[in-house]
Design a protein around this ligand. Structure first.
Ligand code: SDX
Length: 432
């Protein structure tokens, strides 16, 4: 890549500073500002990091203007059409599509690590049954560092591999255990003969009193949703995993921090918020009123599932999920969920014709339709963000592995623009 130099000039001192430009393989170049403070005594200012690259990465590429998403160079549309979640997990982790032998070995390793340490299951009994599943999952994942001392040396490649396989394998079991605890039902153990998504459905929905057959359509729908949610560049939760991991903390704690960040309604919590919003809108007659609320600066209401920091055109994942909705609802015979889907479609059509949404480049994102499919699969709203966390775990793991091995990695420590009081003297309480 050709390296060029950006010149900036300090108006007061007239001092020129050449800032090195580093070009990217795809997308915007970056200006290396590491010398800026040392040479010019100033910080850059970018709340929300909308124009700030925190790292160099080879994993996922997004073009927000063109609505492009690629994992290791493969367009998401092709992976959605031809791949499986486990194959995508291998691709994100190791950088290349696996051979049949590599895929079989990886898949078997994941299947062999799905069971939880029995002491772990007792941890769930410490939660009330009405605890939000995301609270249970983030807490239990953080506790993994208390059990797995054999995989916390982040400088040891073997430890990093054991951690990666273990967390990818166990996150569905932890998620299902949280769901069962919220239902006051017994935990269901994983079955290693089932594929990743079928095993999750088995652990979510089977009960000891009867047999449970996994619906292949449901497994196929989950597999596609998980591919679409697997990674997404330096989003809020991934950046959290990288920042936490940059201190050298154990990887389970870093992933737990990512789960907590994902929970927010502005991020992964939006899929749950979308269904709440659609249920509040209720019917087509109310759409105009709610679109007006979303546009009203004095009204905190936002159209959940709309807008994105990066996509200023369509979110390719939303396009794929929207197409999938009809097929899945029909195949699952879940016509009763169709009204909510029809309402979402109508809301999207009205919003996309409205100048406010057009001018602000607000389009449906990945969360706008995903909840409709999760609901059709019998998964309650409180579990929607947990499903997102299961899928995104491999993305967090891949990004964490890249961060740990990146020679440019230093502990993340942003600065600030101080606008508080200048120095002043202490006043004894009797004089205040
Ligand atoms: C995910 O980063 C990722 O990659 C995330 C993700 C991933 O895979 O990891 O893609 C997953 O988090 C998707 C986003 C899910 N969140 C939502 O659907 C919540 C609703 N959306 C918004 O809160 C918002 O659009 C964000 C958080 C997604 C993006 O926020 P930004 O980039 O900080 O944009 P902003 O809040 O500055 O909004 C810009 C303008 C504002 O108006 P002005 O102040 O310029 O007048 O657009 C308005 C906002 O008020 N706006 C909305 C809106 N989203 C933005 N107005 C109404 N409804 C909305 N949904």
């Amino acid at each position: 890549m050709n390296e060029k130099t950006f010149k900036i000039t300090n108006q007061e001192s007239g001092k020129d500073l050449g800032l090195e430009r580093k070009d990217a393989v795809l997308g915007p170049s970056v200006v290396d500002i590491t010398a800026l403070y040392r040479e010019q005594g100033v910080f850059t200012y970018d709340p929300g990091f909308g124009a700030t690259a925190c790292c160099s990465s080879t994993i996922t590429y997004i073009d927000g203007e063109q609505g492009v998403l690629m994992y290791r160079g493969y367009p998401i549309e092709q992976l959605a059409a031809h791949s499986t979640y486990i194959e995508v997990a291998y691709l994100l982790m190791y950088g290349e599509l696996p051979t049949q032998e590599e895929l079989t070995g990886f898949d078997q390793s994941i299947r062999n690590h799905t069971m939880l340490n029995e002491s772990f299951l007792r941890f769930f009994n410490g939660f009330d049954h009405d605890a939000h599943p995301m609270a249970m999952v983030s807490g239990i994942v953080a506790c993994m560092s208390a059990f797995y001392h054999d995989s916390t040396d982040i400088q040891d490649a073997a430890h990093r591999d054991v951690f990666a396989h273990r967390i990818i394998a166990k996150i569905p079991t932890i998620a299902a255990a949280a769901f069962k605890h919220s239902l006051k039902q017994p935990f269901v153990y994983p079955k290693n003969e089932l594929d990743y998504c079928s095993n999750l459905l088995h652990m979510l929905f089977s009960v000891p009193t009867g047999s449970y057959e996994v619906d292949p359509i449901a497994a196929e729908a989950l597999n596609l949703l998980f591919i679409l949610h697997a990674d997404h560049e330096q989003n809020c939760s991934t950046s959290t995993v990288r920042l936490a991991g940059s201190s050298g903390t154990n990887p389970y704690s870093a992933i737990s921090a990512g789960i907590s960040a994902l929970w927010g309604p502005a991020h992964g919590g939006a899929n749950e918020a979308v269904i709440n919003m659609l249920e509040e809108v209720g019917s087509s007659e109310n759409i105009t009123q709610y679109v007006a609320k979303a546009k009203d600066k004095n009204d905190p209401f936002r159209l959940m599932g709309f807008g994105h920091r990066v996509y200023k055109n369509h979110d390719p994942r939303a396009t794929i999920i929207r197409k999938m909705c009809h097929r899945v609802l029909e195949k699952l015979g879940r016509e009763q969920d169709t009204p909510l889907f029809e309402l979402a479609l109508e809301l999207e059509q009205i919003a996309l014709k409205d100048s406010y949404f057009i001018e602000k480049n607000l389009y449906p994102n990945v969360d706008f339709y995903s909840g409709i499919i999760y609901q059709a699969l019998g998964i309650p709203k409180s579990m929607f963000t947990v499903m997102f966390a299961i899928a995104r775990t491999v993305g967090w793991v891949a990004q964490w592995r890249e961060m740990v091995r990146d020679p440019e990695t230093r502990i993340g420590r942003p600065r600030q623009r101080y606008i508080g009081p200048a120095e002043r003297n202490y006043i004894p309480i009797t004089n205040r």
